[in-house]
Design a protein around this ligand. Structure first.
Ligand code: ADP
Ligand code: MG
Length: 623
């Protein structure tokens, strides 16, 4: 038969297709299997609507054969098949989808075909030099074969084929340095591609698999070939919740995501409406080993009617829930959608929003009903949520504020902000917190003494992101956050304040001598220390903890907290300082330096001049 040209635009489109729509060559198999599944769907549908067609669901299958010697791969189905005219229409015109037509003709009926774009078939040219499509339409006598070697056209001839259905043979390209096309004629590779992309195709996908056995008597190796079904067929997420046991969910998670531990929570939801989807989501008990590295890529698997179209669709998850694993299956996104197109896809955005709400609800109910699990979750992934608050400059405060926890000085365990506020004393109008490396270290901070003494609860912030997150939150339930090491922290009564004010005023000259050579904005007396002689507090927005964090980052930026050296008014050191002020001002300066160094050490700040300080201490001791 005379060679026919593809329709004009088709030629250019084919070129474009092969070279740019798909970046990932291996998906061709998924496309052909999806087409086979669609073809079976169509015939199965006919059997349901036409009593003359006597076929059962179990009669249908897809068969894949590889031939290493011939370097071919064959995909066979016993679906509806194509007539000569259909071969011409569907495979001669790119972007012509017989499946879309079928869907439109059978609107509102239960069909679940995958195709609609009319380009999937051509992806096979990414890996093949020549493609043959042998097809016999159900109910017709004649079969036809369509052959093409790519952009220069195709032929259609009459051919022999016993049964209805379609058989597509790919003559694979020669291997190059960059690409080993011959792997698509390799049993193992093809098997794993089927598992990866087409595991949930509704019909069995069969392959002849070879296995080596040792013969028990002769001890010789024997090769056996068995036809096996590769795909698992029923997607768990499409089942009814009451058909699936907890064990089923857990096993599916552990198999799919290679985790040894059961997930902490499972979310299975099915949404119908403007945007329909099924989702099966898991909150892992442990972070994957690379979770806190740059290499980690968030995302959910994205399926279109049971066919995987993307392994990690990042757009489906906000960063602060990046620990969630699982998948989303929706008929509303096309098989052929690219990563770039997905980002702007309105459906994907709607689904992402809905998923976010579901995850949040699940976490909230875990917090309410399974406190221990929630704390476990929070110890693993809490930092991610706190980062979410910090990174979004407050935009996600509402979503996240009730999910975070901190260690509480009075409860001696993790607490939420809501619980803190519920426990607040009547006269209290702020939420107090203290920062440090560990709970134990914060517990020993002199600044927490007064709060504890007067019975106020203090939140202990041990993670470096904590204070930044609270700054973004600004307040909770209209209660401001106050660092016990800041000037704002003030529990003194009016009388105490006046008394302190006077005392400070009287010592002004002494303080100004002490300040010489110290990196502080001010020195003053305080009543908030119990036994400790000194502490550092700060003024303004930058705390000493933030100074530490920012200066530890590998950037040129450095910042400085405005520090104030506070001296315990009722500590014996005061008398000593006053005596030195009268008798030996040089000695007073030395003492000040030592006291300042002491305050820095308690705060966990470095000392710039350790040699000088240690010598000074020695001086004082030996006097
Ligand atoms: P789509 O699947 O998006 O419609 P394809 O390029 O994958 O586009 O396929 C084009 C058309 O070719 C299909 O719509 C279908 O009508 C027809 N087709 C492809 N493969 C088969 C098959 N195995 N059996 C029957 N028809 C097929
Ligand atoms: Mg298709």
């Amino acid at each position: 038969m005379k060679k026919k040209q593809f329709k004009a635009e088709s030629k250019r489109l084919l070129d474009l297709m092969i070279n740019s729509i798909y970046t990932n060559k291996e998906i061709f198999l998924r496309e052909l299997i999806s087409n086979a599944s669609d073809a079976i769907d169509k015939l199965y549908y006919m059997s349901l609507t036409d009593r003359k067609v006597k076929l059962e669901k179990d009669d249908f299958y897809i068969k894949i054969d590889v031939d290493k010697d011939k370097n071919t791969l064959t995909i066979r189905d016993n679906g509806i098949g194509m007539s000569e005219e259909e071969l011409e229409d569907n495979l001669g015109t790119i972007a012509q989808s017989g499946t879309l037509l079928f869907k439109e003709e059978n609107k509102n009926k239960e069909t679940e075909c995958i195709g609609q774009f009319g380009v999937g078939f051509y992806s096979a040219f990414m890996v093949s030099d020549e493609i043959e499509v042998l097809s016999k339409k159900y109910g017709e006598k004649k079969a036809h074969i369509w052959k093409s070697s790519g952009a220069d056209g195709y032929t259609i001839d009459e051919a022999e084929k016993e049964d209805y259905g379609t058989e597509i043979t790919l003559h694979l390209k020669e291997d190059t340095d960059d690409e080993k096309y011959s792997k698509y004629a390799d049993e193992f590779t093809v098997e794993s591609l089927i598992k990866k992309y087409s595991d949930y195709i509704k019909y069995p996908i069969k392959m002849d698999l070879t296995h080596e056995h040792e013969n028990e008597e002769t001890k010789e190796k024997e090769v056996h070939t068995h036809e096996e079904t590769i795909n698992s067929m029923v997607p768990l997420w499409k089942k009814n919740k009451n058909e699936v046991s907890d064990e089923d969910y857990d096993r599916f998670y552990m198999d799919k995501f290679y985790d040894y531990e059961k997930p902490l929570a499972t979310i299975h939801s099915s949404v119908e409406g403007k945007c329909s989807y099924n989702a099966l989501l898991y909150i892992p008990a442990k972070a994957p080993y690379d979770f806190y590295t740059k290499e980690f890529e968030k995302g959910l698997e994205l399926y279109s009617n049971g066919v995987m179209i993307m392994e990690k669709c990042g757009d489906l998850l906000p960063d602060y829930f990046s620990f969630v694993r699982g998948l989303v299956d929706t008929p509303d996104v096309s098989l052929n959608i690219s990563r770039e197109m997905l980002q702007q896809d309105a459906q994907v955005k709607t689904i992402a929003k809905s998923i976010e709400t579901k995850i949040k609800k699940e976490l909230e109910s875990m917090l309410e009903e399974r406190r221990e699990d929630y704390e476990k979750f929070f110890k693993t992934f809490g930092i991610n949520i706190k980062f979410g608050i910090y990174n979004s400059f407050g935009a996600n405060n509402e979503t996240l504020k009730d999910l975070i926890m901190f260690y509480s000085s009075t409860e001696k365990k993790l607490t939420t902000l809501k619980e803190y506020v519920e426990r607040m004393k009547e006269d209290q109008d702020c939420i107090y917190y203290a920062c440090g490396e560990t709970v134990d270290k914060i517990d020993l901070l002199p600044q927490t003494d007064q709060a504890k003494e007067k019975g106020y609860e203090v939140l202990y912030l041990t993670e470096y992101v904590d204070e930044f997150a609270l700054q973004m939150l600004k307040e909770y339930d209209k209660k401001k956050f106050i660092n016990v090491s800041s000037k704002e922290f003030d529990l003194d009564t009016k009388e105490e304040k006046e008394e302190l004010e006077k005392h400070n005023e009287d010592s002004k000259d002494m303080f100004s001598i002490m300040k010489e050579g110290l990196d502080v904005k001010d020195i003053r007396f305080t009543k908030k220390l119990k036994n400790h002689p000194v502490c550092l507090t700060t003024e303004g927005n930058v705390s000493t903890e933030m100074e530490k964090v920012i200066n530890a980052m590998p950037t040129d930026e450095t910042i400085k907290a405005e520090k104030i050296l506070e001296i315990n008014e009722s500590h014996p050191i005061v008398e000593k300082l006053q005596k030195l002020y009268k008798e030996d001002k040089e000695e007073l300066k030395k003492y000040s330096k030592v006291l300042y160094a002491q305050a820095r050490l308690i705060e966990g700040l470095p000392i710039d001049n350790p040699t000088e300080i240690t010598n000074l201490i020695c001086d004082i001791i030996t006097k």
